[in-house]
Ligand binder design. Structure first.
Ligand code: ADP
Ligand code: ZN
Ligand code: ZN
Length: 742
């Protein structure tokens, strides 16, 4: 180590679940000046045990707590240009601290996969198809015996090159291009990345004239400073139009807009709406992108080429050259909280990011989360309300169907069946909502009452028909459908209850003249299958859509005028205190699918508990009254948003190990912060599903009046637990502001 100054050390965050940073000596082939000039956020390849890891440089320093003989040298600086700028780096470190996660793991979430693997963060030019000299020699209208080839030729005769996306838009398959490449008529060239700002008008289509109510809301937004706005309006009230116009204001100032949508809300329809409006590059960070495309989109955002970035949860960590606004649509949606590893809330972190950037944040929802409503009540967020439906649409009328004592036809009340029939005969579409996929949620023996349980979980096996099998939706265990009861050998075994597959079959039998389209995770497993399924719906033909919550978000079904909700009671008696809130949100999101356009909609809610106060309030007074009612309960029971929670979860193949770990964790915690009304402990208690995937699951709940004291406790506790002898014998995790109490 003579070439480098012996005192220069690199402090690095590594993608390992240890809550500490790591010190390395600089790589041997790098000069002392280069070392002192290294900026935080630079990616560095280092040896770690026997592996090599890519870490993020936090700082260059001179002293280490580790003895110098233990320090190893880093292998290489991947790129002297930082992959993460100071803003994102700071945000990730803050978040790692807040969510009690290792810094390296948080940083890992912010980095595209290819960068984590050591790829340089360089914008790549786009590969495009263009004519060869020979191809240019062909006459206009050439290749007419092969129509697709002729179409490609014609397209390339009118424009210099075509991107893959353009090829797809023209409906020309890739293999046609390959054929012409083989014939020597077409070749692929790489264009240099285009960093010139597009010229011409900002808008592709003119914005709508805002209604008075929209205008009032829109006028409140201040683009020059941080403020969180809750844009609270029913589905169809014109929230998206306000987003679009707020983005327009942002773009006019030369800034970028970051838009987050729920995981299943990023539909082609949503995307098209933004692309139709703006004459500027919109990039979407969706699950269909491969790693390279994702990196390209990320780099385009960082370079300021992409002006509007739309994505799901992790898109929050997109680097922005000129950040101007953050918008979160359907802010109440559960997918904004990551449920494993780095358990962050993109919504809550967006507020932190916007605050640090001093830019506005808009949270939009028809059914705001109680946390957000509470913040609005407290004056922390500015509450912008849209009460009317935009355009000509009327709000749907919700009707309760009391099904107590009624003999249902495979889950359907007579009134529901009649309403569906009427609706179809009038030439309209109907949507049947049932949040349970498969054929039936259980298999039962009629003679002895045996139920098919999962061998690995405290759960029933779901019956599936296509293909026929039993499936555990919790651990993915599958097995054949038994012909006889394993307990009494009776052949009288039957599926119990309704799933989407079963409803689809029933509806098809009842209405043989109409198409029944099922939308759930099973029917949409293949790429583009959702779009194919929905093409029929968008054609406007009368049909029945039956599906799970996949239908509740992001889609607009102009011709659906009836929604039937098979089971409105699912969340009422949930052991998760958020059950009723989620139920209200889901029901209204589904109801919001009806009557979007000129046609008024109707919603039928089948319920066994029509007189339950929560159901009554939701139906007769609406979501906001329900929210108030639940907030009052939360206040009395001292639950979020009135208290701050953290869950310490532990699971093990041996129940007693998980319990012992949590008992000791509680002792450690109480030694740091003795229990008091300001900070209380509950547990260890079994999780809602005690056994799952052969592991026994327990949890310790910590509830605090102040975030600050919870943070102080968790910071110390996490380090002690990491070093605890039982820690390696269990799977444990800390979840700050948990959304699922399971
Ligand atoms: P949301 O996002 O709240 O569901 P949208 O912005 O999608 O509502 O608006 C619902 C429908 O009303 C859309 O078809 C939209 O084009 C239309 N719309 C919204 N604002 C206006 C307006 N100011 N004038 C006319 N139509 C509007
Ligand atoms: Zn039996
Ligand atoms: Zn299972």
């Amino acid at each position: 180590m003579t070439a480098t100054s012996p005192t220069a050390l690199l402090e690095i965050a590594l993608p390992v679940p240890l809550r500490r940073h790591f010190d390395y000596l600089p790589p041997v082939d790098i000069s002392p000046e280069q070392i002192t000039n290294l900026l935080p956020g630079v990616l560095i390849r280092v040896p770690f045990g026997r592996q090599e890891l890519v870490g993020v440089l936090l700082r260059v320093k001179t002293a280490s707590e580790q003895p110098s003989h233990k320090l190893r040298a880093a292998l290489a600086v991947i790129d002297t240009e930082p992959a993460l700028d100071q803003e994102l780096l700071d945000l990730c470190l803050w978040a790692a601290d807040y969510y009690q996660c290792a810094a390296g793991e948080a940083l890992q979430t912010a980095l595209p996969v290819l960068l984590r693997q050591g790829e340089p963060a360089q914008l790549r030019g786009e590969a495009v198809f263009t004519l060869t000299t020979e191809g240019k020699g062909l006459p206009v209208g050439g290749l007419k015996r092969a129509p697709k080839q002729a179409a490609l030729l014609a397209a390339l005769q009118t424009q210099p090159h075509l991107t893959r996306a353009q090829l797809e838009q023209l409906d020309i398959p890739r293999n046609i291009a390959t054929t012409l490449i083989d014939k020597g008529l077409v070749h692929i060239i790489t264009l240099a990345p285009d960093c010139t700002p597009p010229t011409g008008p900002l808008l592709r289509e003119t914005s709508l004239t805002l209604s008075e109510e929209q205008q009032v809301a829109f006028d409140q937004i201040d683009y020059n400073r941080f403020k969180t706005y809750l844009l609270d309006g029913a589905t169809g009230s014109g929230k998206t139009e306000i987003y679009l116009q707020a983005i327009e204001e942002t773009l006019k100032k030369g800034k970028q807009a970051l838009v987050l949508v729920p995981e299943i809300g990023l539909t082609p329809q949503t995307l098209q709406r933004f692309q139709r409006r703006f004459n500027l590059p919109v990039v979407a960070l969706h699950s269909g992108l491969n790693d390279r495309e994702r990196l390209d989109a990320w780099l385009q955002a960082r370079a300021g080429i992409a002006r509007i970035i739309i994505g799901t949860r992790s898109a929050l960590f997109t680097p922005l050259k000129a950040p101007g606004i953050i918008i979160i649509d359907e802010e109440h949606d559960g997918s904004f909280k990551q449920q494993d590893g780095f358990r962050y809330s993109a919504r809550d972190l967006a507020a932190m990011r916007a605050h640090r950037l001093n830019i506005p944040l808009i949270l939009g929802s028809a059914t705001p989360s109680l946390e957000t409503l509470h913040n609005a009540h407290q004056g922390r967020y500015q509450h912008l309300r849209l009460q009317a439906r935009a355009g000509k649409a009327k709000p749907p009328e919700i009707q309760l169907l009391d099904i107590r004592g009624e003999i249902l036809h495979e889950g359907f009340a007579q009134a529901s069946i009649e309403a569906i029939g009427d609706n179809l005969r009038k030439g309209n579409q109907a949507l049947v909502f049932l949040n349970r996929r498969g054929y039936a949620p259980a298999l039962e023996c009629h003679d002895c009452g045996w139920l098919a349980n999962c061998n690995h979980c405290d759960a029933r096996m779901t019956v599936h028909q296509t293909p026929r099998h039993l499936h555990c939706h919790h651990c993915d265990h599958q097995r054949a459908l038994p012909k006889r009861c394993p307990s009494c050998n009776s052949s009288n075994i039957r599926p119990l209850g309704q799933g989407t597959e079963r409803s689809e079959l029933v509806l098809q039998e009842l209405f043989p003249d109409y198409k029944v389209i099922r939308v759930d995770r099973d029917s949409t497993r293949n790429k583009n299958s959702m779009q194919k399924l929905l093409a029929d719906v968008h054609s406007g033909e009368p049909c029945i859509l039956v599906g799970t919550q996949m239908l509740a978000k992001g889609h607009h079904f102009e011709d659906v005028t009836l929604v039937v909700i098979i089971d409105a009671d699912a969340g009422l008696f949930s052991t998760d205190f958020r059950g009723p809130e989620r139920m209200g949100q889901l029901l209204l999101q589904v109801a919001g699918r009806a009557g979007r356009a000129e046609k008024p909609g109707r919603v039928l809610l089948q319920s066994n508990h029509t007189d339950h106060p929560l159901v009554q309030t939701l139906v007769y007074q609406g979501y906001h009254a329900l929210a108030e009612l639940i907030l009052q309960e939360r206040h009395i029971t001292q639950l979020p948003p009135f208290r701050h929670l953290a869950l310490l979860r532990a699971e093990s193949k041996h129940a007693q190990v998980a319990v012992a770990f949590l008992q000791q964790a509680r002792q450690l915690a109480e030694a740091i912060q003795p229990p008091s009304p300001l900070l209380s402990y509950l547990g260890p208690l079994p999780a809602m599903m005690e056994k799952r995937g052969d592991r026994y699951r327990y949890q310790l709940q910590i509830s605090a009046a102040q975030r600050k004291s919870l943070q102080l406790l968790l910071g110390q506790l996490a380090l002690q637990l990491e070093a605890h002898p039982l820690a390696s014998k269990v799977r444990w995790s800390l979840d700050v502001d948990p959304q699922e109490m399971a």
